[in-house]
Unconditional design. Structure first.
Length: 270
């Protein structure tokens, strides 16, 4: 069963179609999408329809842009100037697509791989990440999901504590899994920095370089940080290679780490 990690698509349908066509044809292929399926690219509606049509061949986790779409669709968030979500919101199959999206996980743990959109806090073990993600998923997929979405936005709290409860706990878990890039040695999250690794502010480290990271024995797969480009280590693959920004859309075959990429000419203005 060949498994392919695919970085952030963000509504770039045509590059995704070319990338899938480039991969060796095999009915057993499974595509692991690192989240941010939608937004800012030219055809978010087409991307959702395509990935949903893959059925069991697709594994995807939710990214921050996917959650933003769910908020906007419920009237709980505002569209930003650079958003490209209108076609989804006006589509005849919008309810089916949004219901499918809302039922996707925030983390997928299988065969020594942990798939998340952004990152994991240094104290979290892989099995714990899956349990924490399930707490959010249970609310997001349940009858009270609008209450969660209504209070999802925000940067507080900045640090994890097992004693956190209620919406603070859910927001911290969601933010870590879908927005994390840098944090302090103690695990306090920084939300401001989005640039290249060499420019990280003093006192902050990428989550994957924190000493004693509890997921170091697991290969963590992620996207979200396009300024990193393709990052491959023995226990880490970052696959957001900036298709939205006119660079490439990349797939990595997990079994042998073969890399497949297509050029993108989309370009974003925000």
């Amino acid at each position: 069963m060949p498994r392919y990690l695919i970085g952030d698509v963000q509504g770039c349908l045509e590059p995704l179609q070319r990338l899938l066509a480039l991969l060796p044809e095999n009915p057993a292929n499974v595509y692991w999408f690192a989240g941010d399926l939608v937004n800012r690219g030219p055809d978010s509606l087409g991307v959702l329809r395509l990935i949903r049509s893959l059925g069991a061949q697709a594994r995807t986790v939710l990214g921050n842009h996917d959650l933003h779409l769910l908020c906007v669709a419920e009237g709980l968030g505002r569209l930003h100037r650079s958003d490209t979500l209108d076609a989804i919101l006006a589509a005849p199959d919008r309810d089916e697509l949004l219901d499918w999206l809302r039922r996707q996980p925030l983390a997928h743990h299988e065969d020594g791989y942990l798939l998340v959109h952004a990152g994991v806090l240094p104290s979290w073990r892989a099995a714990e990440v899956r349990l924490l993600a399930a707490e959010v998923e249970a609310v997001l997929q349940g009858p009270g999901y609008r209450g969660f979405l209504a209070d999802m936005y925000g940067n507080q709290p900045l640090a994890w504590s097992p004693a956190l409860t209620g919406q603070d706990r859910l927001r911290l878990i969601t933010n870590a899994l879908t927005r994390l890039r840098l944090c302090t040695l103690e695990g306090t999250i920084d939300f401001a920095f989005k640039g290249e690794l060499a420019d990280a502010p003093a006192g902050l480290l990428p989550w994957f370089d924190l000493p004693g990271r509890a997921t170091a024995d697991t290969c963590v797969l992620f996207g979200h940080w396009s300024a990193l480009g393709l990052l491959m280590r023995s226990n880490l693959i970052g696959a957001d290679t900036g298709c939205l920004w006119g660079r490439t859309l990349t797939a990595v075959r997990l079994e042998d780490r073969a890399v497949f990429a297509v050029p993108c000419s989309v370009g974003a203005d925000a």
